[in-house]
Design a protein around this ligand. Structure first.
Ligand code: 2BA
Length: 109
């Protein structure tokens, strides 16, 4: 068995959840926050047999898309700590960030 952790954008959640349910793939959704943008995203925990890993990855790939997001970091102006100037910077977020981890043991009681 493998555990797939997939960090996806909230906008892709409905599409991905629909696909997983239709395919009979069990998943747990966790509300998460990106460390960089500090914006909400969603992390799926999906435990599957080895033979279904590629199928799950295909569902994720087909459900999640990359989007540009504007970030406005505050940059100090000169040597005055109180003065800041902001430059909007565009970053590309997603489609999905996926980790596949081997599960040594799985039990349900
Ligand atoms: P965030 O950490 O909020 O990152 C959002 C996007 O900002 C990233 O998109 C990337 O394009 C950019 N970014 C992140 N860290 C950066 C940095 N130090 N400098 C410049 N740009 C940076 P993605 O790479 O598609 O990541 C989307 C979300 O997936 C991340 O949200 C985070 O929640 C998760 N993620 C990405 N890589 C991860 C990792 N190695 N471990 C755990 N979670 C990860």
């Amino acid at each position: 068995m493998q555990m797939i952790f997939a960090v996806v954008q909230d906008k892709d959640v409905a599409r991905l959840s629909d696909r997983l349910i239709k395919a009979g793939i069990r998943a747990t959704k966790l509300a998460s926050t990106g460390g960089f943008l500090r914006a909400g995203n969603t992390t799926y925990m999906i435990g599957v047999e080895d033979s279904r890993v590629d199928e799950v990855l295909a569902h994720i790939k087909q459900s999640c898309r990359a989007r540009e997001q504007l970030v406005t970091p505050l940059t100090p102006l000169g040597n005055q700590v109180e003065s800041f100037v902001s430059y909007p910077v565009s970053v590309q977020v997603g489609g999905a960030t996926v980790f596949v981890i081997r599960v040594d043991r799985f039990e349900q009681f």
